[in-house]
Design a protein around this ligand. Structure first.
Ligand code: HH2
Length: 389
């Protein structure tokens, strides 16, 4: 299915977006953005104002056209020069929308990521979190059937916690490409026994429920889950966002086009990071309008969901773009088929590729990594994080 035919916006039709550029985190006060969705006139005015600013404002702004199928401009410079650029732009006729989009990205990308679970900000003391995957499914692509029995699930969860997981992500429905939805009753029958037992043995540990159904999320929250991870970002069940807002629990909004059953049939992007960020921005706006926000929202580009390998890789390489949304970024590349496409390795042999992609994601701004192999990630990411950023 063509995602765009299913109602997804073409680039530029969905408003203006300024995407933080990769590689700018280590440059002290320097910052960079790429403009997306500007009309030719807006681009020309922005370029002109940028040139005037560069010549007159002391600290210079570097501004140039970028090679991207979507066109646009790249701007780099110190953050305070960007604030002055916003002021200058707002004085130009018809540039108000551009000025406020730039101001929005400046504001949101400067926010410190937070994730508040039961009153505690999990990102306050750690620069990143490991979310350990616990699939109580018969058919997940890498571990299907291994933890379906509640005792096996609980034993595996305890191992993940002992190895250093910060969050457990409990899922009872596979969302692998080609999978069918599971009825609510079956999902709950798989989910609730291990969840209740985990709540008993680990009363304070943050447990997330990986589901797209509000009824399942509600029952799981009642049974002790404290976060919701929705791979449809609330698209499959319109009760999901209001439920999380009402219960004041964090919600992961993950990007996907279409349904897992058909999502890999013909994914197509011209500019993956810009399109994914724009589509997630719509979901973020709905969630913010419902009352979710700092501490209760997480965004995820959906590695492997309605994307070709090259789209997944572009999203990791330019992950900073999602900082335009202002929320912690989660990435889950663990054992996924892009690693197989690059190396020929089967799911059980994809740990080295996973570590490489998650290391890159961390250095490009991810705050949460969703992983099957906690112990190995603890070591790899401790070293990556020590590089700074
Ligand atoms: N990937 C999977 C499931 N849930 N949630 C988020 N937020 N991000 C992801 O990338 C993500 C996710 C797929 O992986 P897995 O759980 O191992 O497989 P399956 O869907 O077959 O159970």
């Amino acid at each position: 299915m063509d995602g765009r035919a299913a109602g997804h916006p073409a680039p530029g039709q969905n408003g203006i977006l300024f995407l933080p550029l990769p590689g700018t985190r280590r440059l002290g006060p320097a910052f960079g953005v790429r403009a997306f969705g500007l009309s030719p006139r807006q681009a020309a005015v922005l370029e002109e104002v940028g040139r005037i600013s560069a010549a007159t404002l002391g600290p210079s702004l570097w501004i140039d056209a970028v090679a991207s199928p979507a066109g646009g401009l790249a701007i780099r410079g110190p953050r305070h020069a960007f604030s002055r650029l916003v002021d200058s732009l707002s004085k130009w006729e018809d540039m108000g929308e551009v000025a406020s989009a730039l101001a929005d990205t400046l504001d949101r990308s400067a926010r410190r990521p937070t994730l508040v679970v039961r009153g505690r900000d999990l990102l306050e003391k750690s620069p990143y979190l490991l979310m350990g995957v616990l699939n109580v499914t018969p058919d997940s692509f890498s571990d299907g059937g291994r933890f379906l029995a509640p005792e096996a699930a609980v034993a595996h969860a305890l191992r993940l916690v002992q190895e250093g997981a910060d969050i457990l992500d409990l899922g009872a429905e596979s969302s692998r490409p080609g999978s069918d939805p599971v009825p609510i009753e079956d999902e709950l029958r798989r989910l609730l026994p291990p969840l209740r037992e985990l709540r008993r043995v680990l009363p304070d540990f943050p447990i997330s429920v990986d589901t797209t159904k509000a009824a399942v999320a509600d029952a799981a929250l009642e049974a002790g889950a404290a976060l919701v991870n929705d791979v449809s970002a609330g698209r499959f069940d319109e009760a999901m966002i209001p439920l999380c807002a009402r219960r004041r629990v964090p919600l992961v909004l993950m990007h996907m086009r279409g349904l897992p059953k058909t999502m890999q049939e013909s994914p197509r992007y011209e500019d993956p990071v810009a399109e994914v960020t724009l589509e997630l921005r719509e979901r973020v706006r709905i969630a913010e309008a419902a009352g979710l926000g700092a501490g209760t929202l997480v965004v995820d580009p959906g590695f492997g969901f309605a994307k070709r390998p090259e789209d997944n890789l572009a999203l990791v390489a330019e992950l900073e773009g999602l900082r335009a949304l202002g929320y912690p970024i989660l990435l889950g590349a663990s054992r996924k088929s892009t690693i197989g496409a690059l190396t020929g390795a089967g799911p059980a042999d994809r740990l080295p590729g996973t570590l490489a992609l998650h290391t890159a994601a961390l250095l490009h701004g991810a705050s949460i990594l969703r992983v099957h192999d906690v112990k190995e990630h603890r070591q790899a990411l401790a070293c990556a994080a020590a590089l700074g950023g």
